[in-house]
Ligand binder design. Structure first.
Ligand SMILES: [Zn+2]
Length: 198
């Protein structure tokens, strides 16, 4: 279900958290208010917010911020925030085409979250720790199609945004469609499925 953590004690780094501010574009003061209301970041003069990139923030609080944004501003902003994620979060260095770009989302997702002070993906050992769900990757043989089943606590529109930016990075004309024949987190399901084609 969107907005509900899978486990307690998960944290997300400040670099990633900042995508909410970025997603609001010209309305940064509104983004700041949603974050501050959920005890993320510090207020600075002029309605601005200070988020320290290398500091870690509660995933639960960040998801609550998403939930109030969805309720008060609407789901389309969640899509904009998702689009801004790849510009903010850390991604692995081996991304070189649309396939590796979509594949990297799950790795980046785990690199940018931690539990008990340990990141959920260690690039040195390749070890991934569970606790936040996944961004799926399934290439359709002989076709320029990838199916991504996303089972994680983030909202449907947000994930569509992340996948869209990553797909378009290498394939201008890539399309990302939500598979409406599959379950959707907007309706209380555990996952959403997206079809990426180019
Ligand atoms: Zn959905």
């Amino acid at each position: 279900m969107q907005f509900k953590t899978f486990e307690q004690g998960i944290e997300v780094n400040g670099q990633t958290v900042y995508a909410i501010v970025d997603g609001f574009k010209l309305f940064k003061a509104i983004a700041a208010r949603f974050l501050l209301e959920n005890e993320i970041g510090e207020e600075v003069e002029g309605g601005d917010i200070k988020i320290i990139p290398e500091k870690w923030y509660s995933q639960e609080a960040w998801l609550k911020a998403f939930e109030s944004i969805a309720k008060k501003v609407g789901e389309s902003v969640l899509f904009q925030i998702g689009l801004a994620i790849p510009e903010n979060a850390k991604f692995p260095p081996w991304v070189k085409d649309i396939e590796s770009a979509i594949k990297s989302i799950d790795i980046a997702y785990h690199m940018n979250h931690r539990k008990g002070n340990i990141a959920l993906f260690d690039p040195n050992t390749g070890k991934m720790t569970e606790g936040i769900g996944h961004y799926g990757f399934e290439k359709v043989k002989n076709e320029n199609i990838i199916v991504s089943e996303c089972e994680n606590p983030y909202p449907c529109e947000f994930d569509r945004g992340i996948i869209t930016t990553m797909a378009k990075k290498f394939e201008d004309r890539a399309k990302v469609l939500h598979d409406d024949s599959k379950p959707c987190r907007k309706n209380g399901a555990e996952s959403c499925t997206y079809i990426i084609s180019w």
